[in-house]
Design a protein around this ligand. Structure first.
Ligand SMILES: [Zn+2]
Length: 360
């Protein structure tokens, strides 16, 4: 066989494998929240092929971390970042201010905190250090990393914030903008009319700055641990570009800081078809130019909960597989306890994860 025929033969041999994601490339078979439900039922994580857990750092105990590790799972702590209904009640200076100069109301159940408030920032970062010192973690997954808004709904709430005195002076200091005299509403109107792009760029830089500082704290406290991001599953076009414009998430900037993107592709809650999960992963893979085995990676979180309508075991299997498609190298479900309480979904999870683990 001459060399060109050999190459053609090798390409033909490889093509059928390239058409599907080989199980070996799905490095993370994750479970988000409620892992205790698995243990309470007498199961072990490795019985179900789970090799990573993602759960709230505040509640997580060293004994649970040790048990997860003993069962072959990596442990990632969810870290609630810019939410804080209780915090703004106690510290009204950190309440986000809208373009009318008023406190922006709660967005459904969510209450964001002003990201430039120095007291809040110091408090949150201390909390992070405490979690990293207390627990032997493989990484930290930031949650609620965006300016005050509600995106986990088919009809998102997208206010213009924050025009508090701290944000206005930070914006001026960072950009050299010379704001007009007058009240907050006048200043906000002037910014949105004359400096909108600069304003939105600055807001993105504030969010990226949080991610960068969190990464630095991880580097100091637990070198080698990963930084992940749970985020709105929106493209550049969805809701008029609101992901960047209102939430302040610039994926290009964040890709230089975050190790793993975890889009919250909750198809049922967002009124989407299960196929959309795969479409979004494909868009994100392309947009971030993900390369196999390199950072940043994509490990989406898919919906298992029956809310607002039931998610059947077949639908759950579909979103798991679509979540782990494209350049994604892992997946997890919202939530592990929703699966643990549903025998049919539990069987589905076991089938898919053990298949990926190569233990059919
Ligand atoms: Zn502010």
């Amino acid at each position: 066989m001459n060399s060109s025929r050999l190459i053609i033969a090798l390409v033909l041999l490889y093509l059928p494998m390239a058409a599907q994601v080989p199980a070996a490339e799905i490095e993370v078979r994750g479970a988000y929240g409620g892992v205790q439900s698995f243990w309470d039922s007498g199961a072990r994580l490795d019985d179900y092929g789970i090799n990573a857990i993602f759960t709230g750092g505040h509640w997580l105990q060293p004994a649970q971390v040790a048990r997860a590790r003993a069962e072959g799972a990596r442990v990632f702590a969810e870290f609630a970042t810019l939410n804080g209904g209780e915090y703004v009640e106690k510290h009204p200076e950190a309440w986000p201010v809208d373009e009318k100069g008023e406190r922006s109301p709660k967005a459904d159940w969510f209450m964001g905190v002003c990201p430039t408030d120095p007291g809040f920032r110091a408090w949150r970062m201390n909390e992070l250090r405490e979690i990293l010192r207390r627990l032997e973690l493989d990484g930290v997954w930031m949650d609620y990393v965006h300016w005050h808004a509600q995106f986990e709904d088919p009809n998102p709430i997208l206010p213009e914030t924050c025009f508090c005195p701290g944000c206005l002076s930070a914006f001026q200091a960072a950009t050299g903008a010379r704001l007009p005299e007058g009240g907050t509403a006048e200043k906000a109107r002037w910014i949105l009319e004359h400096q909108e792009n600069i304003w939105r760029d600055w807001r993105c830089s504030v969010v990226t700055g949080w991610a960068r500082d969190i990464k630095e704290i991880i580097r100091q406290e637990r070198p080698g641990a990963l930084l992940g991001l749970f985020h709105a599953p929106w493209t550049d076009q969805d809701f008029g570009g609101a992901r960047r414009k209102i939430l302040g998430l610039d994926f290009g900037q964040l890709a230089g800081v975050v190790d793993v993107f975890s889009p919250m592709v909750y198809h049922g809650r967002m009124g989407r078809d299960p196929r959309w999960v795969g479409e979004y992963v494909a868009w994100l893979s392309e947009s971030l130019r993900i390369k196999a085995g390199k950072f940043p990676k994509i490990w989406p979180i898919v919906q298992a909960t029956d809310e607002p309508a039931a998610v059947s075991p077949q639908e759950f299997e579909e979103v798991l597989r679509r979540g782990a498609s494209g350049a994604a190298s892992g997946v997890m479900m919202f939530t592990a306890s929703a699966v643990a309480h549903d025998p049919a979904k539990l069987e589905t999870l076991k089938k898919v994860y053990l298949e990926w683990a190569g233990k059919k």
